[in-house]
Write a protein that binds this ligand. Structure first.
Ligand code: XUL
Length: 521
């Protein structure tokens, strides 16, 4: 029997999932989440990020991400139910686009962390930038325009890198840092992603970036999976020397470093596999190893994604093409006003999740024409720089109508802005915290006119990581790897109701018109 550990360093916390595989008997044996706000309050985050008066600037603490990893490994080490000598391989997933800037000393110290002292106490001088930009940051519109101009426009940038330049993507973020803080950029020896930074800590060496997370940087040539000279040149002078290498997600980058084996007694034979982004990892964790279905992840970000055999980039600039851990590609469209918007509405009307669901259940599909554009924060899809909630025939005091307007708007935006992926959606795999909410999934099924299946493990990114560790260790075919782990919950399928589907077909047109008029004003 072998164990495989998957980690997910997401916006609000770090989750671990351990799976056990012994012949055909397999299952999840342990899972645990460390929440940044509650469990590491000393870093002062709210929803996992640092507060800034400018809503476009959203950063977090790379030292906190490292500290959480250390605490999670310490927790696993003392867990009686886990024989840590049997952990054959570990990998993980990180919130995408977020970047970690290491000083020369920091890069050297990755290999020399002192096992007598906790990681958190060894972070002084490691970073050339103390606060890391995250995927929620939208402060780089100028740099996006500059990069696209240098690369021949938005469409050319998308063809080259898989996406037009997006504010949260790492390239525009690096460019802004290099422009605004040239001195700090000059003393930066390495720019890692959240994923490759944490992989480096585990392996005690400088880890590569995989094509799944690499495609979220506007720096990688999507077709070749190599850094693009043109994109690097459009971003910052001297950038190539500051980036790690690119390598497939299945790459074994080494074994657990001495810090972990000496401090916590993990086995030096435990392999560390390259990390990827949370969405590519969720592709595996929702079992989407072939083109034809999509998954919707209802997390801090709401995302809709699916495997793609060939990289078809989005003509309207809405979505992205990333590398998939299977070696192919994935299409994805991302929305920033996901779970935090749902929480905002819940809290505005002093609801809990049960009463939120009840209001959804007892309000009519189509909401009698009342609609919302839930841009509580700057939005990614469509791009909305100035946040502000728009209401149409919707009384702000009416809790019932606002709850439904929010969920309908989120689902309609996902349906409309994912059409570019060209996948005929008949079945949706639902994941993420809010996928436990049947009423939300009913709206999803009705808006898409598709059946919605859900799974035992709602953290598909961490499960996907555990499965990737297993696949990399054994080289087994993907269909065999996911079997038994990503089966839909029996009786948990939500089917569309045809009368409601017809209502939403009409409402989607009105939603498109409302969105267009809001964007033009
Ligand atoms: C993907 C994206 C988000 C983050 C969330 O492009 O920005 O889904 O990965 O962690």
């Amino acid at each position: 029997m072998s164990l495989f550990l998957g980690l997910d360093s997401s916006t609000q916390g770090l989750t671990a999932v351990i799976i056990s595989v012994s012949g055909t008997s397999r299952g999840v044996v342990w899972q645990h989440t460390i929440n940044y706000d509650h469990d590491l309050p000393e870093y002062g985050t709210l929803h996992g990020v640092l507060q800034n008066p400018d809503p476009r600037i959203v950063r977090s603490s790379p030292a906190m991400w490292a500290d959480a990893l250390d605490r999670m490994m310490a927790r696993i080490a003392i867990e009686r139910s886990i024989d840590k000598s049997r952990i054959a391989a570990i990998t993980g997933a990180g919130q995408q686009h977020g970047s970690v800037y290491l000083s020369q000393d920091g890069l050297a110290r990755l290999a020399a962390m002192d096992e007598r002292t906790a990681l958190a106490a060894q972070m002084d001088g490691v970073f050339s930038r103390e606060a890391s930009p995250t995927w929620m940051d939208s402060s780089t519109s100028v740099e996006c325009a500059e990069i696209e101009a240098a690369l021949g426009g938005a469409a050319a940038t998308a063809r080259l890198t898989g996406s037009r330049a997006f504010e949260r993507f790492t390239g525009p973020q690096i460019r802004k840092f290099a422009k605004d803080h040239q001195g700090r950029f000059d003393v930066t020896a390495r720019v890692h992603l959240v994923s490759s930074f944490l992989a480096s800590l585990l392996a005690g060496s400088d880890a590569p970036i995989d094509p799944g997370d690499g495609a979220g940087m506007n720096l990688m040539d999507l077709a070749s999976g190599e850094w693009s000279d043109a994109a690097l040149g459009a971003t910052a002078i001297g950038l190539r020397a500051r980036l790690p290498r690119l390598a497939p997600a299945s790459t074994v980058i080494g074994h657990l470093g001495a810090y972990w084996t000496n401090r916590y007694g993990f086995s030096p034979l435990t392999k560390v596999v390259a990390w990827t982004g949370d969405n590519p990892s969720s592709l595996i964790g929702t079992g989407l190893i072939r083109e034809g279905r999509v998954a919707i992840s209802l997390g801090t970000s709401d995302t809709i994604f699916g495997a793609m055999d060939a990289p078809r980039v989005s003509d309207d600039g809405a979505g992205h093409v990333f590398g998939a851990p299977t070696g192919g590609f994935m299409g994805i469209t991302v929305f920033k006003n996901g779970s935090l918007a749902r929480e905002r509405v819940r809290d505005t009307y002093a609801l809990d999740w049960d009463s939120f669901s009840l209001l959804l259940q007892t309000s009519p599909p189509g909401n009698q024409g009342a609609m919302m554009l839930p841009w509580f924060d700057p939005e990614i899809t469509p791009v909305v720089a100035e946040p502000g909630v728009r209401r149409e025939q919707l009384d702000p005091q009416d809790a019932h109508a606002n709850v439904r307007a929010l969920v309908e708007a989120q689902m309609m935006a996902m349906a409309r802005h994912s059409a570019w992926m060209g996948v005929r959606v008949d079945t949706i795999h639902a994941t993420g915290g809010a996928s436990r909410n049947t009423e939300i999934l009913q709206v999803m099924a009705d808006v898409f006119g598709a059946r919605v299946e859900r799974f035992q493990i709602s953290n598909s990114a961490a499960l996907g990581a555990a499965l990737r560790a297993y696949q990399s260790h054994t080289g087994s075919p993907w269909s065999e790897v996911v079997a038994g782990f990503v089966e839909p919950i029996a009786g948990g399928t939500v089917v569309p109701i045809s009368a409601h589907v017809a209502v939403y077909d009409e409402l989607k047109r009105r939603h498109a018109a409302l969105e267009k008029s809001a964007l033009s004003s």
